[in-house]
Design a protein around this ligand. Sequence first.
Ligand code: VGL
Ligand code: ZN
Length: 215
Amino acid sequence: MNHPVSSRAALILVDVQPDFMPGGALACHEGDAIVPGIDQLLRRDLFKHVVATQDWHPADHVSFASSHPGREPFDRIPLYGHAQTLWPPHCVQDTPGAELHPSIDWTHLDTVIRKGDDPRVDSYSGFRENHGPHGKRPATPLDEWLRDQGVDEVYVCGLARDVCVLWTAQDAVELGYRTHVLWDLTRPVSPDTDIPTRLRFENMGVDVIESSALD
Ligand code: VGL
Ligand code: ZN
């Protein structure tokens, strides 16, 4: 313990949803291993501000391989001038796999940012959509909400370490937040990405720490 949490810091819990757990539609490697630690962290009540993101797709979402005849999950296709990975259908709106994980006590949550509801555009970061048909990356309400609360520092955890956690932390840095990632409370889709993911965090100025360091 050596890392005091400021009252101007927010915890961002990224996509802690059953579809990203083992047995789910888009399972992360050991994704369920983070659930007890996140529940315990919330019970410690260290953060004045707590936000969750929720992947929330329509059934015909552009990121689903099923929306592209002849394509398989994990194929990459060009989309609006950028590479798009095609995923198995996951986190379909109003299905059990899209719920915030039922084993976590979400009582202390201040707000939920749903993302990926535009059928044409994927949305990895909690702060803004991926590139869309108009070239822009429209903002979600998250940055404005955090600024309204006076937040200048964020701690990011959840799923997936190599996708939505990575993109959320990257946007947080670009938007000027002091940014930490709670490494032990994240897991990747592909574990072979862990070394490059950690380097990417460090190179972009993200402080990678363990949740046990917080007090
Ligand atoms: C995610 C792939 C597709 C994530 C969401 O939460 O990391 N990954 N949709
Ligand atoms: Zn998704």
